[in-house]
Design a binder for this molecule. Structure first.
Ligand code: 13P
Length: 254
């Protein structure tokens, strides 16, 4: 059976009250519809604890959008993996292109964060993907391979079971134009093969999510691709109707 994970990356959106409402609406839908797919919400840091209580006891998992690679210390403004675990997180998004672009995160730092997250039993949702220029220069697979090789350096076969990959072509994020199904199918097959060649056949079970303008209009087609195990969703995850519709399409692809 195909495993699916539908994860909402709320980015820097919503106030506490709005976040509570969104989480409650998703909770109600999941309680009523009991999907087979796993569902995750990744709100901003200040809302994590409150939302963990709203979704407690359901199949909705909590994820953070970032973490620091040290467990504690004098690192003003940073948040550590054990802190995230202590407020109920199972997932943490690492290496998102917005962090790479606006906060200068490189592959080495991302590797350190992945290692730190795993050390404290957090599952990284590890984001990779090429820019428009890189795609136009036919360097997509070179870039994705570099991101995976360095990002997952020194990760063991046991640890790879706890890692989720999110293929998010940078040019498709927040643009309203997703990659087309052929591009997604090809990239996900490439990533699957690379993981299997690097870590072994266990990676047939690795969750590889697609992200980048995924919405209720294109979800059916994208989520039905064989190597797509769900989505990491930005804008469309901010509206419960839109988000839960995507979960419905995930259910159809299982
Ligand atoms: P959008 O769905 O808004 O394009 O964002 C995708 C994304 O960056 C998820 O991490």
């Amino acid at each position: 059976m195909k495993r699916m994970l539908i994860a909402g990356n709320w980015k820097m959106h919503k106030t506490l009250k709005e976040a509570e409402e969104l989480a409650s609406d998703i909770f109600n839908w999941v309680e009523t519809n009991r999907p087979k797919s796993d569902v995750a919400v990744c709100p901003p840091f200040p809302f994590l604890h409150t939302i963990s209580k709203i979704i407690a006891g359901t199949k909705i998992y909590l994820g953070a959008q970032n973490c620091y690679h040290e467990p504690e210390g004098a690192f003003t403004g940073e948040v550590s993996p054990p802190m995230l675990v202590s407020v109920g997180c199972k997932f943490v998004i690492i290496g998102h292109s917005e962090r790479r672009t606006y906060f200068s995160e490189n592959d080495q730092l991302i590797n350190a964060k992945i290692q730190a997250a795993l050390r404290f039993n957090l599952s990284p949702i590890f984001c990779i993907g090429e820019t428009l220029q890189e795609r136009q220069e036919n360097r997509t697979y070179e870039i994705v391979e570099r991101q995976i090789k360095i990002g997952l350096n020194n990760i063991s076969i046991e640890q790879i079971r706890n890692i989720v990959i999110a293929y998010e072509p940078v040019w498709a994020i927040g643009t309203g134009v997703s990659a087309n199904t052929e591009q997604i199918d090809e990239a996900h097959r490439f990533i699957r093969k690379l993981l299997i060649n690097t870590f072994g056949p266990e990676c047939n079970d690795t969750l590889i999510l697609y992200g980048g303008s995924l919405n209720s209009k294109n979800a059916k087609e994208i989520l039905s691709l064989p190597d797509v195990n769900g989505g990491l969703i930005g804008k469309a995850s901010l509206d419960s109707k839109e988000f839960t519709k995507i979960i419905e399409y995930a259910e159809q692809s299982i």
